[in-house]
Design a protein around this ligand. Sequence first.
Ligand code: GTR
Length: 329
Amino acid sequence: MKSWKSLSTTLLASAAIVVSATIVSAADLMLRASDTHPDGYPTVAAVVYMGELLEERSNGRIGIDMFHSAQLGEEKDTIEQTRLGVIDLNRVSLGPFNNLIEETKIPSLPYIFRSVAHMHTVMDGPIGDEILAAFEAHGLIGLAFYDGGSRSFYNSVRPIRSIEDLEGLKFRVMQSDLFVEMVNSLGANATPMPYGEVYSSIQTGVIDGAENNWPSFESSGHYEVAGYYTLDQHLIVPEVLVMSSAAWEKLSADDQAMVRQAARDSVPYMRELWEAREAVSEARVREAGVEIITEIDKAPFIAAMAPVYERFVDTDRLRDLVARIQATE
Ligand code: GTR
């Protein structure tokens, strides 16, 4: 019969095996990834999936550590940290890049895309590649575009049935001058602020509302404090997955290609999750009793955007991008 001493030695040894097994199963290189959304949100799940692809394809050498729920900070700050190499991978909207990378303004223009399908055709093609390439001059590698559905206004004051109903209301926008001008041109007042401050700002009346897609409106809980949602669909802003150039340069050419491919391969998965999540979020918001205004004449909204295009589409290169997007079937 084994003595207690040898039994406990055996137990300790097996515990050590378990511990070392855990360490071995984590990849040698874990890329730190940031996302503002909660665990399980389509963008978060897609980057986690990309990490699984990488671990498999690199035989466990490269993986992804996902920091969701803005654990590493709000988008504008995480963009800076990614440029500095503190964060390796970042999934962000194109909006917070607008003031930094001029090409990102173009897919962020209100009503530039006729539909989500139009956005996919453009961003999956040469125009999308050009916009991804524009990140390189700013310490970032553009890896892939994700979906952000279409964004519409919600507020706590009244149902918006026409452009006149927006008059005087205060809306939060992402931190981008373009979106400030967009809201002001519609006769409302824009307040740029980080995503994480929106809930309490609506609740306390600092702002009247904000604008976003179904999954964000729902997962952020904003629908609990903003009971009117008008589907004017003024923006179809793609989201982007970027890597820090500092982290990129540490990879071999083969590993760079592997990372790029894994990012690309996560896109169809993301789109599938997105579609499903949009339906779930819409159902939850409707069930909560939010008044949804679907019948809205978009023509006056589109007409009001002329000054935004005039001010922000301000170089030949940008005018060319707009023309090519509009000409894309
Ligand atoms: C969401 C988007 C986030 C963030 C957020 C916001 O739709 O996925 O990346 O941009 O909107 O409004 O700040």
